[in-house]
Design a protein around this ligand. Structure first.
Ligand code: DON
Length: 556
């Protein structure tokens, strides 16, 4: 009895005594998808910047050294934790559709979706949000000036840097797309050739654009000469941007979604991302099981089923909150999860066709980027941002150095017709003027009585299932290294297929899942997760970059 009481008291006291709010890590940590970007963050921290300055510096550097994934012609989400106020906030710097966009703009006169129209060229580009987000974060949360935060990126663009293996491969994979747009080809394929690794890639136009933003703030991008150059080039090549679209763009500040899984707090992305809703709905379903007592096969069965139900609701309900009413409260209620749980059989896969209908498609792996940052004072950033597919639309307005996104493909071009990630949806995510396309990007913080984790990844529709697996790994005692390394599997309702990396299932599990009725498809490794974990008791701070890619993590 005494011991029981002791444990109980311990459990009650622990959350009060050991919490991130009550003491500080004393070290800085940065994890990003590219070594020069990680260094840019460390440089700004060494100059007296905080995690928010580092986030601006790393994001801007990635626009230079990883422009196939993200950039100032794209957008994304920056989840911030402000240590001194013990407060979280979410900067929605997602692109929005131009005012001239319409729900059927990617359909032909027969109502069929025109292949590639939402993926290539300036008509596929939404109005970028990244510059507005970075300027906002610098102004409201940073300690240094915007020029100081952008300095490493400007230097990388101006002086150049040696092309890495990944960048080389990305150009090689996108030759056809880049060749269509002369300004982009001139930068990434000098002399019409794919440059070899080690080639010093200089981007003087991008350096000039970044300098303009350093001097004038976001007005340098959304108004004036650069805005005119971008709009003129977009319109001359079949796009529909206007100066007003750029002038009127604003970040939206949102309350992050907060949920709970067996005592672990999850802080994640609200709509216009589907990430937090799907993650929390899946965790709510899983909360009703005691997975630690189930066999590995049963655990995976329940996790896959939780993914299926949560991704189905993504397709049905989610979109930009400024345009659609979403039953978020219901979707995230424990009663709703309990209702779904009763329809999950212990020994059988649920055919997706048995659930209320929404169409199929084949996912493919692409690009986007995630950064995780923690500073010595306990400020945190988890940010995922993108130009969508590799090199976005491929279109670069001449003289700007800016690759424009193809984020319009994240909308539903036609209800039931899958997008580039095989994701389906309905009118909730239809195209409308100044509407934000539904995202899957899921920058997330996890907090337990014993420590915290910062995580996220690219991967299109697979992002949320990767973050779910990372979350469960952390809950089960994992650290930054295991969170980014564990083999992955994914189910997104439609297609009714479980995709899995080599090593995700044992041969027995493959047989077992097959016997339950699952269709399994082995895929090449995917994702590029960046994670930080901090253990309050031991003080151990770990940062890790996904071993599948070239990213780096530093702690100092
Ligand atoms: O916002 C989204 O969900 C997508 N545009 C993300 C694209 C992506 O992750 C591509 N990556 N591998």
């Amino acid at each position: 009895m005494k011991t029981r009481l002791g444990v109980l008291l311990g459990l009650l006291i622990l959350p009060l005594t050991l919490s991130a709010a009550s003491f500080k890590p004393g070290h800085d940590a940065v994890a990003s998808a590219q070594p020069f970007a990680t260094k840019a963050g460390m440089q700004v921290l060494a100059k007296g910047g905080n995690a928010f300055d580092a986030a601006v510096a790393v994001s801007a550097a990635l626009a230079v050294v990883e422009p196939y994934s993200s950039g100032i012609g794209g957008g994304g989400f920056w989840l911030l934790h402000v240590a001194k106020d013990n407060r979280n906030t979410f900067i929605d710097g997602r692109e929005y559709a131009p005012a001239a966009a319409t729900a059927t703009m990617y359909q032909d006169k027969n109502g069929d979706v025109i292949k590639g129209a939402s993926l290539n060229g300036p008509l596929s580009a939404a109005i970028p949000g990244e510059v507005a987000a970075l300027a906002y974060i610098n102004k409201h949360y940073g300690r240094l000036s915007l020029a100081q935060d952008l300095a490493p990126a400007i230097k990388l663009a101006h002086d150049g840097f040696p092309l890495d293996r990944m960048f080389h491969e990305m150009i090689a994979n996108r030759v056809d797309k880049l060749k269509q747009w002369p300004a982009a080809a001139a930068v990434f394929m000098p002399g019409g050739q794919v440059p070899p690794t080690g080639y010093i890639l200089k981007q003087p136009d991008l350096a000039r654009t970044l300098k303009l933003i350093a001097n004038e703030g976001d007005a340098g991008f959304y108004r004036g000469r650069l805005a005119r150059e971008m709009v003129d080039a977009v319109r001359a090549n079949g796009g529909i941007w206007s100066l007003e679209d750029l002038r009127d763009y604003k970040v939206v500040l949102r309350q992050p979604l907060v949920g709970e899984y067996h005592g672990m707090k999850i802080i994640s992305a609200p709509p216009s991302s589907s990430g937090g809703v799907v993650l929390l709905e899946a965790l709510n379903i899983l909360s009703g099981y005691d997975l630690s007592h189930d066999s590995n096969l049963m655990q995976k069965h329940f996790i896959i089923e939780a993914m299926r139900y949560a991704y189905r609701d993504r397709a049905e309900y989610l979109g930009d909150p400024a345009f659609v009413k979403m039953p978020i409260k219901r979707l995230l209620s424990p009663y709703y999860a309990a209702g779904l749980r009763v329809s999950i059989l212990p020994d059988k896969a649920t055919p997706s066709s048995d659930l209320a209908p929404v169409a199929a498609g084949a996912p493919e792996s692409h690009h986007t980027t995630h950064i995780s940052i923690l500073d010595k004072d306990g400020n945190r950033v988890a940010a995922t941002f993108t130009v969508n597919f590799r090199f976005g639309s491929g279109f670069m307005p001449p003289h700007t150095g800016v690759i424009l996104n193809d984020e319009m493909d994240d909308f539903v071009s036609k209800p039931g017709v899958p997008n580039g990630f095989g994701l389906v949806g309905n009118s909730a995510n239809a195209i409308a003027p100044h509407k934000r396309p539904l995202s899957s990007m899921t920058p997330t913080f996890l907090e337990t009585p014993h420590g915290l984790a910062i995580l996220g990844t690219p991967g299109g529709g697979r992002i949320i299932s990767m973050v779910l697996l990372g979350t469960l790994d952390y809950f089960n005692g994992g650290d930054a290294t295991s969170i980014v390394s564990i083999p992955r599997y994914h189910m997104q309702y439609l297609p009714d297929v479980v995709f899995y990396e080599p090593g995700a299932f044992t041969p027995d599990e493959v047989t077992g899942l097959g016997n339950m009725g699952y269709t399994l498809q082995r895929v090449t490794p995917y994702g590029n997760m960046q994670a930080i974990t901090w253990d309050y008791k031991t003080g151990k701070l770990m940062a890790a970059a996904d071993p599948r890619d070239i990213g780096t993590a530093e702690v100092r």
